[in-house]
Design a protein around this ligand. Structure first.
Ligand code: GLC
Length: 566
């Protein structure tokens, strides 16, 4: 007999444990702090919910959707920058760290959001842009005003190598030299990103003090932590040496390709992170790192030798697996899971193309969206979701250069189209503008919104949204999924990724078919110390029996099966 395992069944089944979840304290019986089992959800405030119908999302909009997030199973939200900003890089250019961008509301709206979150046990985290400010920030305005200004040394100023020659060969992530000449004082300032985003000089203790003051100010207002932006480029080489150039290739901006050894990952940044962590610890707050790394040793360093730096350095190497390869994912998981730090999994964000497009094959995209959800939400570690992934939103890239809103896309067009595509309005329902706003939104709504939206998907038992909902419910209530160690299975299988999460004799098995064919999987459980012959299906993305023999589990193309060993 084949029974369909509906999300509703799983919910009923887990009903008893749900109360415990709502009441959870900050440390569990394993001594794990709250964030180790939390599901985080990134909100791009401009695109989430528009409460005042001006085409731009805002803080009251987010507050009005907290019940939805609670229903979904979200424990904490991270809001991309919502501070006053000239918006050359959509908020990552902050002109005042002590306020709210009027587009998004007022300070009291932030306080209201934090309070409404508390009522629902949803913590609110902000984005802390430590490395650079807007050129409109009063700190920079003072710094550029004269060579003797007290804040001159808050930023990185240098003489050029010669007339019209920047101090060295470092290039900006947004294209061109990373130095901009500033005529009033005849010196160059350094900007790793866009020219209106001058880098702060973290070798100056006054900068650290100013930023730690900002940090404390927000923590006192009740935010639960921060996502730390671009920490890898916080320091540059004290001697300003040229980066070596690799070959003759040019990047999307037409610049030479450099090995970034002098403008990235300088050891001094770890001292700042340790001191910042001490500030966060005073408030029991959590630090999430935008930690782009080349290898696991770099990622490990972000946890700190004594686990005293970033609580949650995001593993972006995981996001670089750009095809459905069981072997590749297995390798990445083994690295981070064996690193000694608590893994932090991410699939996409406001800088990374959406999962639906990155992994979709054009035919099984919905199944693949569920498969990828099952992957990062059943692993040992904390997961950071990106808004809209739960409804299968896809990229909506600009078609014409005049439509591009992201400066990266404007500078890099046509090779680099920028990141507008993954930042489009959240799709709430099938009405005009996807229920995001009554007026035309700042970025165009993705064309599939009539079927891929929250209202519609809530009513379809088999939708991506209901799958996420079931998965998150399961994750929050199943001890093996919360605490269990990760044991890889069938490590030679090129098509199917399978593993066990094992906790005190309870074993949850996950089988993910990353291929377009039905796979009959024979699990090598006994070899791994889990001699289970049968397993009970907890959640499957396809029709499957309620009980299976582990000697042969049949998994549909791109199917995800999660079960408990009996
Ligand atoms: C961070 C942000 C990205 C931004 C960049 C420069 O990497 O995630 O969106 O463009 O900083 O500001």
């Amino acid at each position: 007999m084949r029974v369909r395992v509906w999300s509703g069944t799983v919910l009923l089944w887990l009903g008893m444990a749900a109360g415990a979840w709502a009441q959870k304290s900050t440390v569990d019986e394993e001594g794990h702090p709250w964030w180790k089992h939390a599901v985080f959800y990134e909100i791009y405030p401009r695109s989430f919910a528009d409460s005042n119908n001006d085409g731009v999302g805002d803080l009251p909009g987010i507050t009005s959707r907290l019940d939805y997030l609670k229903w979904l199973g979200v424990d904490a939200i991270w809001i991309a920058p919502m501070y006053p900003s000239p918006e050359v890089d959509w908020g990552y250019d902050i002109s005042d760290y002590y306020g709210v961008n009027p587009d998004y509301g007022m300070l009291k709206d932030m306080d209201a959001l934090v309070a409404a979150g508390k009522e629902r046990n949803i913590r609110v985290l902000l984005d802390l842009v430590l490395t650079y400010t807007s050129d409109q920030n009063k700190w920079f305005q003072e710094s550029r005003s004269s060579r003797t200004n007290l804040k001159r040394d808050w930023y990185i100023w240098r003489d050029g190598k010669g007339p019209r020659q920047p101090p060295n060969n470092w290039t900006s992530n947004f294209g061109g030299s990373a130095w901009k000449y500033d005529a009033p004082t005849s010196q160059w300032y350094y900007h790793y990103f866009y020219p209106p985003q001058p880098n702060l000089n973290w070798r100056n203790p006054a900068v650290e003090k100013a930023m730690f003051d900002v940090t404390r100010w927000w923590l006192k207002r009740g935010v639960a932590g921060f996502r730390l932006d671009a920490v890898d480029v916080m320091f540059v080489d004290a001697q300003f040496r040229d980066n070596p150039v690799v070959g003759n290739d040019k990047n999307a901006f037409g610049d030479p390709v450099e090995r970034e050894i002098y403008d990235k990952n300088q050891p001094e940044l770890h001292g700042v992170l340790r001191r910042l962590r001490a500030v966060a610890d005073e408030f029991n707050a959590v630090l999430i790192g935008e930690t782009w790394t080349n290898d696991i040793a770099q990622l490990k360093a972000y946890y700190g030798e004594k686990g005293n730096e970033v609580n949650m350095p995001m593993d972006f190497m995981f996001t670089t697996v750009n095809k459905l390869s069981a072997a590749e994912f297995r390798k990445q998981i083994a690295w981070v899971d064996g690193s000694g730090g608590w893994p932090v999994y991410v699939m996409s964000n406001h800088d990374i193309r959406r999962v639906y497009d990155r992994y979709g094959d054009g035919k099984h995209n919905d199944q693949i969206a569920k498969l990828m959800a099952a992957l990062y939400l059943t692993l040992r570690g904390t997961a950071v979701m990106y808004y809209g992934e739960e409804i299968g939103m896809r990229n909506n890239d600009p078609k014409r250069p005049e439509d591009v809103k992201d400066s990266m896309g404007r500078l890099g067009w046509p090779k680099e189209k920028g990141r507008d595509g993954e930042r489009t309005p959240m799709q709430w329902n099938a009405s005009a503008n996807a229920g995001f706003s009554d007026v035309e939104p700042w970025l165009p709504v993705e064309e599939h919104y009539k079927s891929y939206n929250v209202r519609n998907e809530k009513s379809e038992a088999d939708s991506i949204l209901n799958y996420y909902h079931s998965l998150l419910t399961l994750r929050h209530t199943n001890k093996a999924l919360l605490e269990g160690k990760y044991i890889p299975l069938n490590e030679d299988d090129a098509n199917v990724l399978s593993y066990v999460r094992s906790y005190k004799g309870q074993n949850v098995i996950v089988v993910l078919n990353m291929s377009a064919a039905v796979r009959k999987v024979k699990l090598n459980l006994a070899e791994k110390g889990v001699p289970a012959k049968r397993a009970r299906t907890l959640l499957a993305s396809f029709a499957t029996p309620g009980e299976v023999q582990t000697s042969e589990i049949s998994v549909e193309p791109f199917g995800a099966w999660v079960g408990e060993a009996e």
